[in-house]
Design a protein around this ligand. Structure first.
Ligand code: UDP
Length: 329
């Protein structure tokens, strides 16, 4: 099987590429290397094409000659706050550029597409845990950009038979168990790596964004899902499409919710260190609770999160954070 992975040198992309290679798939990564890391592609058989998915002079020849069975599309900007400040950057990168990729797929007759979507497309949900039938009503440009690309894909299905799987991630976290690849964002905005950066001395303290939410301890609740479980869902989504599956969306989470305070306690337990914390105001655009109902992914894809222990997630993140590869790949 031949698979093109856009953004394959990024965090979730590189974990997925490693699992794909293990299945014997022939993997090509298309990455503009703005946020990607060449060292995240640890398997020598993976082909890296350095280029932008919005560059027709790169993607058309690649798709026309590649004979790909499927495309897995990760490449996107992911910073919610930045998307509020600079929406056009997000609409350009997360919608306009992928249109070029989809055009090349249409021209080449590649009709299987696995797309990294997000629970941010639900905005502030009316049901917890959130089923896929929840209304999509994003509250920031990042969520809107993902929602709009889902709609584009549905229109392409009607027009030329593109079959897509929208994987709506909850909170991707953790790193590969062997510590070889991990999360290396610049700037880092996510909770778990930011907590751990206070212990490596790279951050003075972690600021907790809001303690007055309507939750048991006043801090936001999220569904933290290990990156290797996410990666596994991509493999299952490709299989599903290869077997003739129709366009579908799936929530990817554990179904369990943890508060910011609970994650802090977990990190203290795992590392055996006291974390320097300051309590600040709410961050704009943060819904109080996001927890997946992952039933549909189990029923249709046969996928379920294997790691349901936040301690194990934090442990892999800590191993990466204190290992020799971070910052050097
Ligand atoms: N958070 C926090 N301090 C930080 C980063 C995050 O209190 O430095 C909180 C954030 O408000 C949210 C949760 O941690 O409630 C998870 O945030 P993250 O940015 O990791 O993921 P998101 O839920 O925004 O996708």
């Amino acid at each position: 099987m031949k698979v093109l992975v856009t953004g394959g040198a990024g965090y979730i992309g590189s974990h997925t590429v490693r699992q794909l290679v293990k299945t014997g798939a022939d993997v090509t990564v298309l990455d503009n290397m703005v946020y990607g890391h060449a060292g995240a592609l640890v398997d020598p058989e993976v082909k890296l094409v350095k280029g932008d998915l919005g560059d027709a002079s790169v993607v058309y020849p690649l798709l026309m000659k590649g004979n790909f069975d499927a495309v897995i599309h990760f490449a996107a900007f992911i910073n919610v706050g930045e998307s509020v400040q600079n929406p056009l950057k997000y609409y350009m990168n997360n919608i306009a550029r992928p249109l070029v990729l989809l055009g090349a797929m249409q021209a080449a007759g590649v009709k299987r597409f696995v797309f990294s979507s997000t629970c941010a497309t639900y905005g502030v949900p009316t049901q917890i845990p959130i089923p896929e039938t929840e209304k999509q009503d994003p509250i920031n440009p990042y969520g809107s950009s993902k929602y709009m690309l889902e709609k584009v894909c549905r229109d392409c299905d009607r027009a030329w038979g593109l079959k897509s799987v929208f994987l709506r991630y909850f909170n991707a976290s953790g790193c590969s168990e062997d510590g070889l690849i991990g999360e290396d964002h610049e700037p880092e905005t996510h909770l778990i790596p930011n907590i751990l950066l206070t212990l490596t001395g790279e951050k003075e303290y972690i600021e907790v964004f809001g303690t007055d939410y309507d939750t048991p301890d006043g801090t936001c609740i999220r569904d933290y899902i290990h990156v290797n479980d996410l990666a596994d869902a991509h493999l299952k989504a490709v299989d599903y499409l290869m077997k003739g599956g129709a366009t579908e969306c799936f929530n990817l989470g554990t179904g369990l919710g943890l508060s910011v305070r609970e994650i802090l306690e977990t990190a203290e337990k795992v590392t055996g260190k006291k974390i320097p914390v300051r309590y600040g105001p709410r961050r704009e655009g943060d819904p109080p609770r996001l927890i997946a109902n992952p039933k549909k992914a189990k029923e249709i894809l046969g996928w379920e999160a294997r790691c349901k222990d936040a301690g194990a997630i934090v442990e892999t993140a800590w191993k990466w954070m204190t290992g020799p590869r971070r910052g050097h790949y």
